[in-house]
Design a protein around this ligand. Structure first.
Ligand SMILES: [Zn+2]
Ligand SMILES: [Zn+2]
Length: 289
């Protein structure tokens, strides 16, 4: 599953960019395994963003477990985990994230999609409760702050990291992020459904001129009519948005588990023709904005 990792890791040392993005899980909906998905990977959403020394984690899908194993090799962990939302494929990795079981870890877990009085802490309480899981979140020994905000608000994480957020078009809500640091911008926009009347102006506003734009490409335009209302988009729509907003690198993300490597290779070829700088996300891939 990490066959690409060596190659991507080498890329990591070949530039002095202060911001870097690493993909630990690129699937949507449910994790998948097997030789037919080995190239792109089968873990669900988890992306590591480094802003200098600062560690930001986007989503806690099954890929989070592998990030945890990597972090456990080093010393104390201090990180901000931003959830796009609390559907299972974006939070199923939490219990299995090693650093949460270490008392020298400090984590802030943020979400901005909840409404009706729900909090980030409530959502995780409900995930980690009988009869769904054997232990509650009290099992974590890390110091954890659960932080609530409203999608649309701006978060100044430090004096040099600014995070803009928007609400996305997804059942039960979701949040899109734009992380700005050192003159660069990385946008993370999953899960969201496009609208037939035209491009989503809120997303266009968020991703304008971004260096990296990660987008929900669960389906193709051909498949989409069968999935209206599921809350997801297509790789073609992502390319149209990226072009319109002048994005530098568009990353197709949140692949449907039924899309095997052969299928994704085909998507990749078509995407390159449409937008030569675009890439299809693979587990282990590292980008330097
Ligand atoms: Zn999802
Ligand atoms: Zn979802």
């Amino acid at each position: 599953m990490f066959s690409q990792l060596g190659r991507w890791a080498n890329a990591l040392t070949s530039t002095d960019s202060k911001m870097q993005v690493r993909f630990w899980g690129v699937r949507g909906s449910i994790a998948c395994a097997g030789p037919e998905v080995q190239k792109y990977g089968g873990n669900t959403s988890c992306v590591e963003v480094r802003c200098g020394e600062r560690l930001i984690i986007l989503d806690a899908g099954s890929g989070l477990r592998y990030l945890g194993e990597e972090l456990n090799k080093n010393g104390a962990v201090n990180a901000d985990l931003f959830l796009s939302h609390s559907h299972m494929d974006h939070i199923c990795g939490l219990l299995f994230f090693g650093p949460l079981h270490r008392d020298n870890t400090q984590m802030r877990i943020w979400s901005g999609h909840l409404s009706n009085g729900w909090t980030t802490s409530d959502a995780i309480d409900d995930l980690m409760a009988a009869p769904l899981l054997p232990v509650s979140k009290d099992v974590f020994t890390a110091k954890i702050d659960y932080v609530d905000f409203k999608a649309g608000e701006e978060i100044n994480l430090s004096n040099d990291i600014r995070i803009r957020t928007i609400p996305l078009n997804h059942p039960n809500g979701a949040t899109g992020y734009r992380i700005e640091y050192d003159g660069k911008a990385v946008c993370y926009v999953t899960d969201t459904e496009h609208r037939p009347e035209g491009p989503d102006e809120i997303i266009l506003g968020l991703i304008k001129g971004a260096d990296v734009f990660i987008y929900d490409t669960s389906y193709t335009d051909d498949e989409y009519p069968d999935y209206v209302g599921y809350g997801h988009s297509t790789w073609e729509e992502g390319a149209r948005l990226a072009r319109r907003a002048g994005v530098k690198k568009y990353v197709a993300f949140h692949h449907d588990p039924s899309h095997d490597d052969k299928f994704m290779d085909k998507v990749s070829r078509k995407l390159h023709k449409m937008l030569p700088s675009a890439v299809v996300a693979q587990e282990g891939m590292v980008l330097h904005p």
